[in-house]
Design a protein around this ligand. Sequence first.
Ligand SMILES: O=C1O[C@H](COP(=O)(O)O)[C@@H](O)[C@H](O)[C@H]1O
Length: 253
Amino acid sequence: MAGRRVMVFPSSAELGPVLAHLVTSRAEKAILSHGRFSLGLSGGSLVSMLSKELLALPDLDCSKWVVGFCDERLVPFDDPESTYGLYKSHFFSKVNIPESGILNIDSSLPVIECAEDYTRKLKEAFPDNDFPVFDLLLLGMGPDGHTCSLFPEHPLLEETKKIVAPIDDSPKPPPQRVTMTFPVVNSARCVAFVSTGGSKAPVLKEVLEGREGPAFPAARVAPTNGELFWLVDDPAAASLTINVERLGSGVKL
Ligand SMILES: O=C1O[C@H](COP(=O)(O)O)[C@@H](O)[C@H](O)[C@H]1O
């Protein structure tokens, strides 16, 4: 791992532009190096922040983007819980990402077949690697320390072979989901967590500073050859005692 950077911003207003810059700078670098930019998206609170910040950029060009989902809830796309559905209305419909560049799930399938179908799509998009190597994965973390749909103490945390795993007992609704596994997450060239709000403060401390007992899923994210950023706001960082970088909106990553 290239080293973890924990960056604390006064609020989401300062964090948001830095997140947008991280996306566009990694896109530029990836397109120059291999002709396209592969981005893995998470759901939850990230959707509205990311969409708003990216749409505020002048001249955003997504024509060479390939977008996948770090996890997805198995609900119809018009359900408010659908991560694809939310990105479609907030972001995809407003930019020039080609339809073929969006690797979404088939929500009509039963959960095991859905995971197999999404695995096939990822293998086709990343034919050269055993595990897809995304240029950038954007992750969230729940107050229980989960990331993607990898929940504390769940057997899926030990998955070493699958690219995508089905889950039909998610402790956070909806219960049926598909999720990238740790081997995929930790193969990425860059992983950035975005964590905001005081409800994340207790778990963020344990994830970043360690705890007794098994590590939280979010603490198991450690890209083998990639960068790891934690972008957090002051309320989420309130309990931290480690050294962090305190930054404003002008920083370029
Ligand atoms: O259920 C999910 O939760 C996590 C965290 O969401 P947040 O709203 O607490 O930021 C999210 O990253 C994941 O994609 C989603 O399916």
